[in-house]
Ligand binder design. Structure first.
Ligand code: PLP
Length: 374
C-alpha cells in the first residue's frame, strides 16, 4: 500500500472527471460545420461556461491549452510580444514554466527585473513595478513552500503604470477561490491535473485586452491564441473536476489543514531540529521541511522503500535533484537546501496516511543523515 504525499505535483483524477471524460471521449472536431461537430462544440461551450462561471471569468476569456506550462508560455511570451515595451518584471521563485520563459526572453534581449523575496519566500518589494513593462508575472502560490503571494497588490501597482500582469495560478485553482474579473490580471494560468482533472491539459484565462500575441500559429482556434483541435473530453472533464473542487473547497481545506498541522507537529516532535520552511499565508496542504545534514534524494528513496511518496518539491531534471532555485532565492545555502522535503496533502490523504508517515519519519531522517548530504 502506498501513502501518497505529492498532491502538489499531481493529484488523482476525480471520479466525476473520469466519467465526463469517458462520456465525451468520442466527441469529434468541435470546429466541424455538421451535426457531430455542433454536438462536440456544444459540449465544449458548456465546459467553457462552467469553468468561466467558477473562476469569475467570461466564457470568451477561457482558452484551452495543452498544459499549465503551455498556458504560462502563451501568456508571458504573448503579452511581451504584444507590447512595444522591452521590459519584463518577474520573481526568482517562479516555477520553471515561467522562470525559463522569462530567461528565454532575456536571452532575446528583454530587460528583466526581479521582485525580491523575503527569507520566508514572499515577494516583498514592488519598486520594479513603478516603471512600465510589457508584462509583470508572478505566481499566486509557490509550488515548493506553498507561500501565497500578494498578487492583488502586484496587479494594483502594475495597473497604475498600465503594465499587464500574468498570474501563474496553477497551485491555487480548485484550492482557493479565484475571481479573475475582480483580480484584474490580464492573464492567468491553470492546470487541471492539480485539482483532480486530467493531465496534459491546461487553461489560460485571457482578458479581451490586451490580447497576448499568438505564440502558436495554425487554424486559429481558441481566439487564435492556441491553434489546434480542442480536446473536448478533457475540457468536459476539467469542468466537472473544477465544479466538484470548488463546491468541496471550504470543507476540504479545513480537513486538509488539520492533517497538515498534525503532520507538522509530529515531525517537529520526532525530529526537533527539522526546519519548517512553509510559512503563513500558505496553501493548507503544503508542508515543506529542511532536514540539514540529509540529502533530499536519500529522504525520498528511503520513504519510497516504505511506500511513502513525497518529493523535494523542485522540478527535477532527469531525476537528479539539485538545490532548489526557490530556496536559493530565499537565501538558503546550498548545503542546507539539499535537505529539502516537500510533503503535500490532498483530497485522498487520510489520518492513517499521516500516522504512517509520522511512525517512520524519525528513522528515515536518521538513516539519511548517516548517508550524509554528499
Ligand atoms: N506552475 C506551477 C506553479 C506548477 O506547480 C506547475 C506544475 O508543477 C506548473 C506551472 C506546470 O503545470 P503543468 O504540469 O500542467 O505543465
Amino acid at each position: 500500500m502506498t501513502h501518497y504525499f505529492d498532491h502538489a505535483a499531481t493529484t488523482p483524477m476525480r471520479q466525476v472527471a473520469m466519467e465526463a471524460w469517458v462520456e465525451h471521449a468520442g466527441a469529434l472536431n468541435p470546429g466541424g460545420q455538421y451535426g457531430s461537430g455542433r454536438k462536440a462544440n456544444s459540449v465544449l461551450a458548456q465546459a467553457r461556461e462552467t469553468i468561466a462561471s467558477l473562476l469569475g471569468a467570461e466564457p470568451i476569456e477561457v482558452v484551452f491549452t495543452g498544459s499549465g506550462t503551455e498556458a504560462n508560455n502563451l501568456a508571458v511570451r504573448g503579452l511581451f510580444g504584444a507590447s512595444e515595451n522591452n521590459r519584463v518584471v518577474s520573481t526568482l521563485i517562479e516555477h520553471p514554466a515561467v522562470l525559463e520563459t522569462v530567461k528565454a526572453l532575456a536571452e532575446q534581449g528583454a530587460q528583466v527585473d526581479y521582485l525580491p523575496v523575503t527569507s520566508e519566500g514572499f515577494v516583498e518589494s514592488f519598486d520594479a513595478l513603478e516603471t512600465p513593462a510589457a508584462v509583470a508575472t508572478c505566481m499566486w502560490a509557490n509550488n515548493e513552500t506553498g507561500a501565497i503571494q500578494p498578487v492583488e497588490e502586484i496587479v494594483q501597482r502594475a495597473d497604475a503604470h498600465s503594465t499587464p500582469v500574468h498570474i501563474d495560478a496553477v497551485q491555487v485553482a480548485g484550492h482557493q477561490p479565484i475571481d479573475f474579473g475582480a483580480l484584474g490580471a490580464a492573464t492567468l494560468a491553470i492546470s487541471p491535473h492539480k485539482f483532480g482533472g486530467p493531465r496534459g491539459t491546461g487553461i489560460l484565462l485571457a482578458r479581451r485586452t490586451p490580447t497576448p500575441a499568438p505564440v502558436l500559429f495554425g487554424g486559429g482556434q481558441e481566439r487564435g491564441l492556441r491553434s489546434g483541435t480542442v480536446d473536448v473530453a478533457a475540457a468536459a472533464a476539467t469542468a466537472a473536476a473544477l465544479a466538484e473542487a470548488v463546491s468541496d473547497m471550504e470543507a476540504e481545506n479545513v480537513r486538509i489543514r488539520k492533517l497538515r498541522d498534525e503532520l507538522v507537529a509530529g515531525v517537529v516532535r520526532t525530529v526537533p531540529d527539522a526546519v519548517l520552511t512553509t510559512r503563513e499565508p500558505a496553501l493548507p496542504g503544503h508542508a515543506h521541511f529542511i532536514f540539514s545534514g540529509a540529502h533530499g534524494d536519500s529522504l525520498i528513496m528511503l520513504l519510497d522503500a516504505l511506500g511513502i511518496e513525497a518529493s523535494t518539491g523542485s522540478a527535477c531534471h532527469s531525476g537528479v535533484n539539485r538545490m532548489s532555485h526557490v530556496l536559493e532565492a530565499m537565501g538558503v545555502d546550498a548545503e542546507t537546501g539539499i535537505g529539502a522535503l516537500r510533503v503535500t496533502i490532498g483530497r485522498t490523504t487520510t489520518q492513517e496516511d499521516v500516522a504512517y508517515f509520522l511512525e517512520h519519519i524519525g528513522e528515515v531522517v536518521e538513516r539519511a543523515r548517516l548517508a550524509g548530504s554528499f
